[in-house]
Design a protein around this ligand. Structure first.
Ligand code: ADP
Ligand code: MG
Length: 212
């Protein structure tokens, strides 16, 4: 078992992300409908589908992620276009000069994505946003590497932490974004971005594990 994958063969990471988001379009809008405006799945599916039309055979992992990021930033509105667009552009930037992507490089990608999202959106853990999924996922991934875990195990631990992070948003009151207007009434349901972030991390982890 290799502990890295070639950037060249990594377009599948983005192709599978597109599929995941399209499959979960209705679910994500339903989650957003509870305390937001119910467009999260629609926004996401639109951006990811457009990206699918723009991927070419020559693109590897980094170029595909860059295409996804650019498409979301430039063409998708709402909170998620800029936030996820910036996230994916940062992931792409952190592996743009790599022929092989190993556990360390993926850690740098996640770290860059997290930093970019926080810089743009200023969300902190507990605000009931996608950061409640992303932060613990990144922390656990880094911890796994520190423990000497292999790439696959670290990905698995990341997904577990992401799931717990997503679930943690149920008990939170929203402090940022549209649902913050509901204040205390936003408790009791998941945050849409936290739900999509979990799906994104899970899809990437599954695809990468298959490539190793
Ligand atoms: P909109 O809120 O404009 O309708 P979406 O429904 O596509 O946009 O996305 C909503 C999600 O965006 C929220 O569930 C939340 O997770 C995320 N979000 C909103 N504001 C921020 C922020 N400042 N930082 C991080 N995530 C945010
Ligand atoms: Mg919305």
């Amino acid at each position: 078992m290799a502990d890295q994958f070639a950037d060249k063969g990594g377009r599948i990471v983005v192709q599978n992300l597109i599929e995941t988001i399209r499959e979960n379009k209705a679910y994500l809008s339903e989650v957003d409908g509870a305390i937001g405006d119910g467009d999260h799945g629609i926004n996401m599916a639109k951006g990811f589908t457009l990206t699918g039309e723009r991927l070419t055979d020559q693109m590897g992992c980094s170029e595909s992620l860059k295409t996804l990021g650019r498409t979301l930033v430039m063409e998708i509105g709402g909170a998620m276009g800029p936030l996820y667009g910036t996230f994916f552009k940062a992931l792409a930037g952190a592996c743009s000069d790599k022929e092989q992507i190993d556990a360390q490089v993926f850690g740098q990608m996640l770290e860059a994505g997290y930093a970019a999202v926080v810089e743009l959106g200023q969300a902190r853990v507990g605000d009931k946003t996608l950061v409640d999924t992303l932060h613990p996922a990144l922390a656990e991934y880094k911890k796994a590497l520190g423990d000497g875990a292999g790439f696959k195990d670290a990905l698995q631990r990341m997904v577990q932490a992401a799931q717990q992070g997503k679930e943690s948003t149920r008990d939170l009151a929203a402090k940022l974004g549209r649902s913050s207007r509901l204040g205390e009434r936003s408790r009791g349901v998941l945050d849409a971005g936290a739900a999509s972030c979990y799906l994104i991390l899970k899809s990437m982890a599954d695809t990468i594990s298959g490539l190793l």
